[in-house]
Each structure stands twice: as structure tokens, then as C-alpha cells.
Write a protein that binds this ligand. Structure first.
Ligand SMILES: *Cc1c(COP(=O)(O)O)cnc(C)c1O
Length: 355
């Protein structure tokens, strides 16, 4: 089955085999070696200097890393502005509220870019320390938010920027320093091609010294201190860590995030061209879209369920629109171990169903 949903992804044989690694106690040196290697490889993906940046592992899904980042790093006395143009942006607000953080959501429609001048206005009027949280790739629609512009505004008003890079880390450009990023949360099982169960936050080392102390399990500083001492705070998802170790080695050997970006771009464009021949048009303009996932208008005469079920019979899992968008669009993600030949077979399946 080829998975065109945005994670969990199709695994390579090497990553799948790694999942069945030896039984291991997390208090033994073999575990410390594995964990240390993964932490180093994660900061190396975007060539971040090890003395300024730290990758902190959190066993859990991507949301666990996003929640750990927000709950641990936003100081008690600070205000958080959340940028919403999809489900995941809205989740930032939900997380902040759950932890009692004073939050101002800046909402635009799911079909719109973040309103940068409104963000500047909010930050200009701030009366105390203000942080900003943003989604890089809003998986709801496939939009790549303009973090360069958002980061520039944050820098101007001295607002640290927290990034949900869950569906972009490993395949899209992330300029940590240029974009004024304070921390970025991501996961093993999207663009890094690992298995579900392991997530992480890449954070500026100096921010780890103080923690807002809002959570026990999701305390980033606690995880970081334990991991710096070659240990772990809690029982880690060891099979997922084996898989992530293999996936990061594979990414590096294939040419890093840039090569993965190129590969996704090739697949996404092949798909767009082939679907255009079948009169299926993109829901979002190409210049606003990621290479990771694209949303398409549902072909006329088909409900999402009909399209999904007929493609599944042919070996492909597609992904629905969220909330009201289920009647309007469907989504195709090309993350995971997917090749050009798979896309060609997918296009043939579409042609068969539509004719
Ligand atoms: C998938 C996704 C998440 C949530 O990840 P889970 O692993 O399902 O918790 C968060 N943010 C974005 C942008 C995502 O695409």
C-alpha cells in the first residue's frame, strides 16, 4: 500500500529492519550511544552549531513535541501570539490555553496567508514579553507559511519565534538563525521517514536553562538535562529511536534535506501535471504550496469517500480535507519512501477511475 497521507509514511526496508533491533535497557551504554548519535544527527540536518543548539528527544507523536515546546519555553509572565491559518495553527492556541498561557490568536482563513501587518500591529502594542508561535507547513491545505517574513517581524519587536515544523523538517528550507527561530518542534515519521513514536524539539541552548514548569512529562528542560547526562527522563520508545537512527543515516547518504526537497518536488510536480491532464486542479496556488503535500479540488461527480475507496482498492491511500474542506478537496502527500514509478501507477489509477 502506498501512503499519500502526511505521516505515518511508507518506510524503506532499512528503516523497517531497524525497528526490530535488539532488546535494550535505556540505562546501558549501548542506549546512550544510540541516543547521542540521533541527537547529533538531528542538529546536523540543518548544520546547526552544537554549542548554540540542542535537539531534545520526546517519546510521543509530533503534538507531544509541539506541546513540550510551548509549555516549557513560554515564560510564566509572557504573552503568546499564535498564528492560525489551519487546523495545526488552531492547535497551538488550544495547547497554550490548556496550560493557562495568555494567548492572542491571529486568525486568517484557511485559504489565506498569515496577516503580517496585523502581527506587526499586535507586537508593536505589546506591553510585556511576547512570544510568537507559527506553523511552517500548514498541512491542512499544503501551504508553506512565510517564516522569513514572520521571523523578521518577530526579530524587530524582540519576540522569540516558536515553530511547528512537524511536516516540513527534513524536506523544506529552515533557516534557524536568519528567521529568528527560538525553537522548532518536529517528528520522526513525516519528512524524516522514521517510524511513529519519537518526536523532538531543536532549541537554542540558552533557553533550556529556565523552564516554565507547566508539565511533568513534557518538560523540555528535564528531558534535555537527562539526555545531556547520556540518560533519559522516562522510558523512551526504543524501536522508534532505532528507526530514526537508520532514517537519519539514510537522509544523509541521500544528500540531506536539499536532496529530499528535490525528490519531493519532482514527485509533486509529476503529480500536478498528470492530474491536470485529468482536469483535477490544485486547490492552492503553486507558489504558496510546499513540496511535501498538495491539496486538490475533488473531481466533479466524486465524493471524497468514493475517490478514496476506489484508489485504496488499487493500492493507494489518499487523505481527506479537514472539517468543511472534506467536501471540497483531497490531499496528496509525497513524503515517505515513494518513487517516481509509484506516482506513475497512481496517475494510471486516477485515469482508470475517472474514465
Ligand atoms: C502532523 C502534524 C502535527 C501533529 O503530529 P502528530 O504526530 O499527529 O501529533 C502537528 N503539526 C503539523 C503541521 C502536522 O502536520
Amino acid at each position: 500500500m502506498i501512503l499519500l497521507n502526511p505521516g505515518p509514511v511508507n518506510l524503506s526496508e532499512r528503516v523497517r529492519a531497524a525497528l526490530a533491533g535488539p532488546d535494550l535497557c535505556h540505562r546501558e551504554p549501548e542506549f546512550a550511544d544510540l541516543q547521542g548519535r540521533v541527537i547529533e544527527a538531528l542538529t546536523a540536518v540543518y548544520e546547526l552549531p552544537q554549542n548554540d543548539w540542542r535537539a531534545v528527544l520526546v517519546s510521543g507523536s509530533g503534538t507531544a513535541a509541539v506541546e513540550a515546546m510551548i509549555a516549557s519555553l513560554v515564560p510564566r509572565e509572557a504573552h503568546l501570539v499564535t498564528l492560525e491559518n489551519g487546523v495545526y495553527g488552531e492547535r497551538l492556541t488550544t495547547i497554550a490555553r490548556a496550560h493557562g498561557i495568555a494567548v492572542t490568536p491571529l486568525t486568517t482563513g484557511w485559504d489565506s496567508a498569515i496577516d503580517e501587518s496585523a502581527l506587526a500591529d499586535i507586537l508593536k502594542a505589546q506591553t510585556g514579553p511576547t512570544w510568537v508561535a507559527a506553523i511552517h507547513h500548514e498541512t491542512t491545505t499544503g501551504r508553506l507559511n512565510d517564516l522569513a517574513a514572520i521571523g523578521e517581524i518577530c526579530r524587530h519587536y524582540h519576540a522569540p519565534l516558536l515553530v511547528d515544523g512537524v511536516s516540513s523538517f527534513g524536506a523544506e528550507r529552515l533557516a534557524f538563525s536568519d528567521w529568528n527561530i527560538a525553537a522548532c518542534a518536529a517528528t520522526a515519521n513525516k519528512c524524516l521517514h522514521g517510524a511513529p513514536g519519537m518526536a523532538f524539539v531543536i532549541v537554542r541552548e540558552k533557553l533550556l536553562a529556565s523552564s516554565a514548569g507547566r508539565s511533568v512529562y513534557l518538560d523540555l528542560g528535564g528531558h534535555a538535562r537527562a539526555q545531556a547526562a547520556a540518560s533519559t527522563a522516562f522510558t523512551p520508545a526504543i524501536p522508534a529511536l532505532y528507526a530514526l537512527d537508520a532514517a537519519l543515516a539514510e537522509l544523509e547518504e541521500e544528500g540531506g534535506w536539499q536532496a529530499r526537497h528535490e525528490h519531493y518536488h519532482l514527485l509533486a510536480e509529476k503529480l500536478r501535471g498528470g492530474l491536470a491532464d485529468l482536469n483535477i486542479s490544485p486547490w492552492l496556488a503553486e507558489e504558496n504550496s510546499s513540496v511535501v503535500l498538495r491539496s486538490y479540488n475533488l473531481p466533479s461527480g466524486f465524493t471524497y469517500e468514493q475517490l478514496h475507496d476506489q484508489l485504496k482498492q488499487r493500492g493507494f491511500v489518499i487523505y481527506a480535507g479537514q472539517a468543511g474542506l472534506v467536501h471540497e478537496l483531497f490531499r496528496l502527500s509525497t513524503m515517505g519512501a515513494i518513487e517516481v514509478a509509484d506516482i506513475e501507477r497512481l496517475l494510471s489509477a486516477f485515469a482508470e477511475i475517472l474514465h
